[in-house]
Design a protein around this ligand. Structure first.
Ligand code: PLP
Ligand code: COI
Length: 335
């Protein structure tokens, strides 16, 4: 494996783990080497979108130990998504055991320390029971697979350019944006493709009602820095990012003030730095924001070099994930 040059894609590993929910209980975990699921054609995941997923990472540390970052928070979010979409939620224990087992069984795919790569863990929950009326399924499947990954954006830690999209929304204020369901991503594919065609690796979505406030990027939260303040949008239509939650804490530790509030698009010219953050995106500094409707381009910093706060926060986050720095809040599960 060319660990240093991995992209963010699917690479087959040896094992995945599964459990099924039937008659009110989750089955004991099963390991399998099959990459396929056998599904009833009337499964609710296929017709009515009963589908939830998560994304977290395992890192091989400086000390050789393997750490999973913020496993409990990802479990909590999947439980919230399951409850909102009326699926059987995995228990915290099931989620933990499945992630740990999937990582352990695929140990040889955990990228070596120093390559910058990690093992992405993808928990998936789907309604597998058959329904034709719009009703929740009576059976569910919980699957965890892993795959080694490199940077989500080919820019790595260099600033990315994002394009504003006022013509599509990925989610609505009282809709599903705050949970991690596949439909939110289906809703973002067309605008993502349009942005990619114009050479922008990510879309910046605005609030669906007024297009006045910043929501988030397609697969990552938005943050900005101004006058010693870390500013990040509060919105009911964005996914509560666990990376953002962690960076907010690190920012506070560094003495930055944190503002979690509605952020007007009009504030962009006042920002010293901006970034996209998420498990896949880590911290991807934003160097350029293009607004096609007004034919305006905003450059942050010099547009090509990560700003000093992005560097500081990125380094601090990576150091905890790779076991180079203490982990005072026990964000890592060491396995
Ligand atoms: N926002 C969206 C839409 C995402 O898909 C993700 C990725 O999970 C995030 C934000 C970042 O969340 P997290 O930091 O928990 O990975
Ligand atoms: C993640 O950061 O884990 C994501 O889910 C982003 C994307 C790959 C969907």
């Amino acid at each position: 494996m060319d660990w240093g040059n991995l992209g963010f894609g699917y690479i087959k590993t040896d094992w995945n783990v599964r459990s099924t929910w039937r008659d009110g209980a989750w089955s004991p975990l099963e390991m399998t080497d099959s990459e396929y699921l056998t599904l009833h054609m009337a499964s609710t995941c296929l017709h009515y979108g009963q589908e939830a997923f998560e994304g977290l990472k395992a890192f091989r540390g400086a000390d050789g130990k393997v750490r999973i970052f913020r496993l409990e928070e990802n479990a909590r979010r999947m439980i919230r998504t399951a409850e909102y979409t009326m699926m059987a939620p995995p228990t915290m224990e099931l989620f933990r055991e499945a992630c740990v087992e999937a990582v352990k069984r695929n140990e040889k795919y955990i990228p070596p320390y120093g390559t910058g790569a990690s093992l992405y863990i993808r928990p998936l929950l789907i309604g597998t029971g058959a329904q034709v009326g719009v009703k929740p399924a009576k059976e569910y499947m919980f699957v965890v697979f892993v795959t080694p990954v490199g940077p989500y954006y080919k820019e790595g830690f260099r600033p990315i350019s994002v394009m504003v999209d006022r013509h599509h929304d990925r989610s609505a204020p009282l809709g599903t944006g705050f949970v991690k369901v596949g439909g939110n991503y289906a809703a973002s594919l067309l605008s993502g493709a349009e942005a990619a065609r114009a050479n922008y690796p990510s879309v910046l979505y605005l609030d669906a009602c007024e297009k006045k406030y910043i929501d988030e990027c397609g697969a990552a939260n938005f943050f900005a820095i101004r006058d010693g303040v870390y500013i990040t949008p509060r919105s009911t239509s964005i996914l509560p990012s666990i990376t953002n939650m962690s960076i907010r804490q690190l920012a506070t530790d560094f003495g930055l003030k944190v503002e979690d509030r509605e952020v007007e698009f009009a504030e962009i010219p006042t920002f010293e730095e901006a970034g996209a953050c998420g498990t896949a995106a880590v911290i991807s500094p934003i160097g350029k924001i293009y607004d096609p409707d007004n034919e305006k381009t905003y450059i942050l910093g010099d547009g090509v070099t990560p700003g000093p706060w992005c560097v500081k926060l990125y380094d601090a986050l990576r150091a905890i994930q790779y076991g180079e720095a203490p982990d005072p809040r026990n964000w890592n599960t060491i396995i």
